[in-house]
Structures are given as structure tokens and as C-alpha cells.
Ligand binder design. Sequence first.
Ligand code: ADP
Length: 720
Amino acid sequence: MKVASVLIPLPVQEAFDYEVPDGLSLVRGDQVAVPLGPRLLRGIVAEVRETTGSNRRLKAVEGRLDDPSVPERTVDFVEWAARWTLNAPGEMAQAALKGLRAPRPRPERRVRRIGDRRPGRETPARSAVLEVLGERSMAGAELARAAGVSSGVVKGLVDEGVLEVIEIEAVAAFDPPDPDHAPAVLTPDQAAAAEAIGAAVDERGFRPFLLDGVTGSGKTEAYLEAAARTLKADPAAQILILLPEIALTQALIARIADRFGAAPAEWHSGVAPPRRRQVWEAVRAGRCNIVVGARSALFLPFVSLRLLIVDEEHDGSFKQDEGLVYHGRDLAVARGRIEGATVVLASATPSLETLWNARSGRYGWLRLGARHGAAVLPDIRLVDLRADPPDPQTWLSRALRTAIAETLAAGEQTLLFLNRRGYAPVVLCRACGHRMTAPDTDSWLVEHRYIGRLVCHLTGFSMPRPKACPACGAEDSLVAVGPGVERIEEEVRSLFPEARIAVFSSDTTPDAASARALIEAMTRGEIDILVATQAAAKGHNFPGLTLVGVVDADLGLRGGDLRAAERTYQLLAQATGRAGRADRPGRALLQTWTPEHPVLQALAAGDREAFVEAEMAEREMAFLPPYGRLAALILSSENAQAVEATARALAEAIPNAERLEVYGPADAPLALVRGRRRKRLLVRADRDVDLQAFLRAWLARVKVPGSVRLTVDVDPYSFL
Ligand code: ADP
């Protein structure tokens, strides 16, 4: 008897076995329908084997689906990714089938002639139709318009059997990119980087690189040149470019269209499902060369992947924390290894993990020098708020206000950066000190004045601002504490009433189109002062921007986790890196209460190395990543006792292991989210410990009840 192991979307660690009916021949990667209880599920065949005399009664595969099989190496990747992240392989496999949820776009109906039949009665209108149509096929309405007749004429010819209606499968056309369409003239180090990447692609082996250069040094230019070289050598080559934010995709897509004379395929959650199916099928059929996408594009069924680029590789958005937990950058490197492709991680502020790999020689290290053209890096100054404190209930120091005024007078643009949405992060009762929190979640409610509500940023819960304090009942006693971007906007508006001011945060730009509109307005110089969260700190080029003011440079350093300092450095370096392009020098002012902090000192000195050295030394001392490895277990349930009991059971079942410690269980910093109690355990291991094997052995010893959700987070980025 033949048995197929099939990856189906269930939270279990193995594939499911099904009997292969006689006459059905299956191979790894085939898509099949299989029964599970009363349902039929879509699955991927992982393995087919012969068995003898098993007396287990297996259900049979229902049949093979019409959809193309998933390429073997894509299956290899999915299985590897599941083993690495401890996600269920069947659930990981679903990520590779995401494009197939929507039906195919409906076929297009067209008419064409049947042989050389003529109508029984020729009229000028009918002759015109046949004349225009010739040997082609056309949509009926379009044909009528082109012939200048009513659609009834076309219909009459169909009814009479002169024309026939045919259905054309809607196949998305991806024009082949032309590597010679509009080449750039590269600087010597850009050219050297492109050459090194291109040479690695030619060798067709796995080769990872760090492409390291300040904002504006031409990293994008260099990797697009490498892509062009790749396509010149092999017109069938496929290239994947991953970006951390959907908001960045539009600019890159336009740039690729200019460079190659053809737009790439786009892949992220904002792309309509029928379009995603077309992209999936085109990638599978090798009809699509360049894909620009978010991390989920990693799971597309590439057949000839040669080059994989992760732009802004340090960005925490590549880590997916909910549902399937994985890090897009790390899986990109894995996919490159499995496909034998070249991987380029690009950043102006690389993650410590990537720098560690580059320093140790695991990754090639390509460095780009100064900015392209005359552009110089901005002059960065710290504003010591102890010496220059803002007035009560305001947040801008005299130094920053003066700089904004000067910038306005020169007709140039200012970016005020504060990584806090809304008006005020905390709402407090002046009478009793009560802080407004969400009813079922441990987090402060943030005041949003535009919409007049208090909002929980974790769950989206919101409520109108109450008139009286819910704790003590005092009327009109609630006060907003601290600034968010809306409050900074209010302050600049009162200081500079004549200026054109806008706010850029996920609240003002909820979708890609509104983000694009705002970015374009800023690029065209239609905004004088942009108050922005991190939404604007990434990858945009604003030619008229010469001043960046960081309202609270200490924000990320407080209370932080493992990567607090690193993230602050990256975010502030990216934000200040926005200032000054091409011909205009820029400057950045960082407001801080702790100007002596090493992160801020390194920023002010423009000395990335100093920061990296200090931070690496701290991590090395504590054996933390990149010098050690971490994994978190997060338990949550609406039933507090069940969480307690499971946490205790886990603590009692920890396998013996050396060079590895388990911390916890402890209440998570966010101990209550959407009514669910949360507890965490953290594992730290030396680099040479097989952390995944340890986790698997551990979890095999504990039965987690159905009421408790257990999330395994290998290499956690969030510690909440
Ligand atoms: P990065 O990706 O490092 O931020 P980009 O590749 O986006 O840098 O380059 C920054 C700006 O400089 C872009 O507007 C780009 O078109 C321009 N630029 C960079 N290198 C060149 C070059 N060799 N020729 C022409 N323009 C360039």
C-alpha cells in the first residue's frame, strides 16, 4: 500500500498520513485534498512511501488538486523553517499556499470569427465589425466601440453563428525586465559591491552579504545593478526584494520600473487576493522575475531564485510575533541556503547579529563610502534639556524652536520625530491619581484628540474620554500627561501659525495610498513641518529636508529590553539620516535629559563603531545574542488557574541541559491582554547548544490543556 504524508494546517508537529488510492501517482510537493473529520483540506504532499501490512485504518487522499505543485525546494524550506521556529509544519506550509485562497480571476469572454463564415445579410455595420475584428479575438463591447456600432450588432453575428464566444484565461502578464533599460553610472564602491554580488550569483552557491552604507550612499542603486547583472547572465533568474514596511514598496516599485522598464510583482497583505493568486502562479511558472514584498513573500513558490535582498535588514518589523512566529531576515538567509542563492542584507545600521556574522567572516561585508554626490551627513547635536528646559506643558526647547524658525525662513523642511502616536500617552485623574487603563488589558489608554477617544494601542479598544474619573467620580479632573505626535503638532501650530504642518503616523496614514500621498506632498515641498512617528524614519528621500528634531531621544532607552539601546540607536540614526540630501547640508537636534548616555554620545559623534563596540561588549559579558541564543515560551488563557498550572508543569519538566538556563515562569510585563492572563519563560543557551532539540524534548513532556495557548518564540524581539 502507498502512504502519503501530507502537510495540513493543524497545530501538530508531524505531517498526517493518508492512503494513496490506486491509480493516483503523487510526488512531494503535489497539492491534494484530504479529509479531516467532515471537512476537506488543502495540503502539500511531503513524502510518499510504500508500507506493508499496517493495520491502521488510514483515510484516503481525496485527489490531486488542479493547482500546480509546490516546488521541492519550497517544501524543503517550509519544513526547515518549521523545525527552526517550532511552528507546526502544516501551519508553516499554509504560508506557502497563501496566494491560493482567492479563486482565479474570472476568464475574459471574447469573440472571434468562425472560419470565414459571412452573415446571410451584409450591412455596413456588420461589415465594419468583421473588418475591425480580422483574425483577432476581442471583447464584444470593445469590438463594437472600435467598429462604431451598437453591441447588438456583435450579438446578432454571434447568434447567427458567424462569430463565436471564447473564454480566455486571465493570466497576468509580467513584462520581462530589461537590464539595459536605464542603467545608472555607479560610483567605484557601488560598482565594486554590485560586482561582488553579481559574481557570487554567477557561482550559483549560497553566499550571504552585508551591504553596509549610510542612508543615501546608494545601497539600492548597488543591489539593483546586481539584479541587472543577474538577469543579463540568466534571463530566467528570479529575484526577491523584501522590505519591512508596505509604505516603502511603492517607491521601490517605481524605481525598479524606471530602471528595468517593467514593474515588478508586488506581494503583501495590501495586495488584493485575486492578484496574489496571479503572482503566485506567475512565480511558480517562472513568468515573473522580480518580486518586491513583505516577509510573507519568502514563502512564494520560486523555481529559479538566484538573488534575495533584505533591505533595512535591522528592522524589527521583519519579526512576526503573532500567528506564525518567525524572523523574515533569518528565514531569508535560510531560504537562500536551501535555494543556493545569493543573499544581500542591506542597512545603514545593521543589526548586531548581522554585524557579528560579517565580522566573523560568515557574511561577505560590502561597504559603501560617503553619500552619493555632494550630500553630506547631517551635523548631529544633543540638546541638554536640563540646561534648556521647555516651558511647562510644552516639549520643544529654545534651541529646537530657533532651529525650526531658521529652517522655515530658509524655505526648507523640518521633521519632528517622536515615536508616540496620539495626543498623550497617559491620562491621569488629578484628584485621585487614577490612570486610565483598558478594561481587559494591562496597558495605559492613550488619548487621541483627532478622534476624541482614549485608545488601547495593544488591542485597539477605544472609548470616549469620560467626563468624570471612573475611580473617584471627580468631574473634569482627567489630564493628559506627556506628549504624542498630535500634541507636538498643536505646539508647533501655535508657535508657527503660518507654517504648513502635517502629522505622519499610522493613524493619519492608515493605508498605503494615504501614506504615499503624504510622502509625495513632503517630497514636493508642500509641507514645512512634518511631525512623525517611526513611520517616517525609514527609507524615504525628502530633498528639501534639512532639519530633524528628535523630541525625546531618551524614550527608547527607558525600561528597555535586550535590544533597547540597539533599537534606539538604529531608529535615531535613521531618523537623523533623513536630513540633508544632494546639495543641502542638514542638521539634527536630539533633545535629551541624559546627554552622557553612550548611545547618544555615539550618535552625536556619528561613531557607529563606538556604539557597536560598547553594545557587543555588554552582550558578550551576559552571553546574550549574538553571543548566545534566546527562546521564550508564552502561556496565555482566560483561565488564570490553567495558566498557573501549566507554567508550573513546564517548570517541573525542564530537561537537564548544560550551558543553558531557564528563567521564570513569571508574569509577563503585559500580564493581561484581551482578558487573557499571560506568563512567560525565557531560555538562554550558548550558541553551540541545540536549542530547538532542547525545546522539543521539553515540550514533549508537558500536556498543554486546550484552554491554554502556548507560543514558542525562538529568538524573541518582544519581551512583553
Ligand atoms: P540608499 O539605498 O543607500 O539609501 P539610494 O540607492 O536610495 O541609497 O541612493 C540615494 C539617492 O542617491 C537616490 O536618489 C539615488 O537615485 C541617488 N544615487 C545614488 N547613487 C547614484 C548613482 N551612482 N547615480 C545616480 N544617482 C545615484
